[in-house]
Design a protein around this ligand. Structure first.
Ligand code: ASP
Ligand code: MG
Length: 404
């Protein structure tokens, strides 16, 4: 007998039929002799709709109230799923994040889990029931409802799998696994049967939209095996696990792209120790996630510093930079949202030189200009014009023969 955590994303519970199909699958997993903990997202595009509703009501949206609003979506799906399970004769009990004992810090709209007091869930399991937990939310030590950031139900599921010592955390979605590129852009993209946490982390960080980045970090840190699969076909999907000898040793595993990034440049920063520190401290204090950073060699004692941020952090980033311009003695700030990041990810890169050269050659033959570059031991990312992103993905997927 195994303990499974099954997370169902918004599309998996989008309407009454989908909810009944999920209940059926949970019931069958249960009858096969497994214990199951279910984590649900809000139905379909509910969270987006709530965000728009808030925008229609007010331009002033205290984060505490945003969390109270957005957390309501998951309550709808968890209670409906329990009703569908009841009809199938499966005893199930729904829990909000706070009832499930998910304690977070108090950073509303992007809270981090600090502790899980899972005794109620354990009691339900011990009694033979199925706990159905609202994803994406928790409760701060001040007892306010918090949310974990968009896509946060993945993190809820992985965190519960870790604390309950589950055998696997199954992430059900509307695609059949993790692909070598977005199949909407590259139709011949290949479904990967297994990838390492490291590769999945790089993919999640660079636009592979299947899993929330933090959930993968959590899974790696706690050794939770993930199985990403479809709730439409129920076929086996992609396993994300510790890297080992049985994994295919491809040099490059996947190409990802992200058009939601934006670029900020602080112009004319005096070339003195401590100024970059001040700039990035200012951004960190506002919780901005900076990714690529480029600082040119200084000419005449000043330099330009460019960096990329998620699009939703662009406004606050430019605000921070503009405030710091006089403090740093810089000459100005520019921003550009019309960029995209295209990345190649693969554990085999560590031991194969030449990947960078082929990447640049491929983009060059496609006439695509590279504006910024960053690398890790298993990733190469290039910033290009947003309009060139799809062509870059197709060219790189072909050049590295990822269709297999
Ligand atoms: N419903 C939330 C969102 O749309 C959380 C999730 O689906 O993971 O972001
Ligand atoms: Mg999601």
């Amino acid at each position: 007998m195994s303990l499974l955590v099954q997370k169902y994303g918004g599309s998996s519970v989008a309407d009454a039929d989908r909810i009944r199909a999920v209940a059926d699958h949970v019931a069958r997993t249960r009858r096969a002799g497994n214990d199951v903990v279910v984590v649900v997202s809000a139905m379909g595009k509910t969270t987006d709709r709530l965000v728009r509703l808030a925008d229609d009501v007010s331009s002033v949206q205290p984060n505490r109230e945003v969390d109270m609003l957005l957390s309501s979506g998951e309550r709808i799906s968890m209670s409906l799923l329990c009703m569908a399970l009841a009809e199938l004769g499966v005893e199930a009990t729904s829990y909000t994040g706070s009832q499930a004992g998910i304690i977070t810090d108090a950073v509303h709209t992007r809270a981090k889990i600090v502790e899980i007091r899972a005794d109620r869930l354990r009691a339900t399991l011990d009694g033979g029931g199925v706990p159905v937990v609202a994803g994406f939310q928790g409760m701060s030590l001040e007892r306010d409802v918090t949310t974990l950031g968009r896509g946060g139900s993945d993190t809820t599921a992985v965190a519960l799998a870790a604390v309950l010592n589950a055998d696997v955390c199954e992430i059900y979605t509307d695609v059949s696994g993790v692909f070598s590129a977005d199949p909407r852009i590259v139709p011949e993209a290949r479904k990967l049967s297994r990838i390492s946490f490291e590769e999945m982390l790089e993919m999640a960080a660079t636009g592979g939209r299947v899993l929330m980045l933090r959930s993968v970090e959590f899974a790696r840190n706690h050794g939770v095996a993930l199985h990403v699969r479809s709730s439409f076909t129920w076929e086996p999907g992609t396993w994300v696990d510790e890297e080992d000898a049985t994994m295919e040793d491809a040099i490059v595993t996947a190409v990802t792209h992200d058009v939601t990034e934006a670029k900020v440049t602080v112009i004319g920063v005096p070339d003195r120790p401590g100024l970059a520190a001040q700039l990035f401290r200012g951004l960190a204090d506002r919780h901005v996630n900076v990714d690529m950073i480029v600082q040119n060699t200084s000419l005449h004692g000043t330099t330009d510093i460019s960096f990329t941020v998620p699009g939703y952090d662009l406004a606050v980033s430019t605000e921070v930079c503009e405030q710091l311009v006089p403090v740093l003695g810089a000459s100005g700030v520019t921003s550009d949202a019309d960029v995209a990041r295209v990345s190649l990810v693969g554990a085999g890169m560590k031991t194969h030189p030449g990947v960078t050269a082929l990447t640049f050659e491929t983009l060059a033959s496609a006439g695509i200009n590279i504006e910024m570059i960053s690398t890790s031991s298993i990733r190469i990312s290039c910033m290009v014009r947003a309009s060139a992103a799809e062509e870059a993905v197709r060219a790189l997927h072909a050049a590295f023969d990822l269709a297999g």
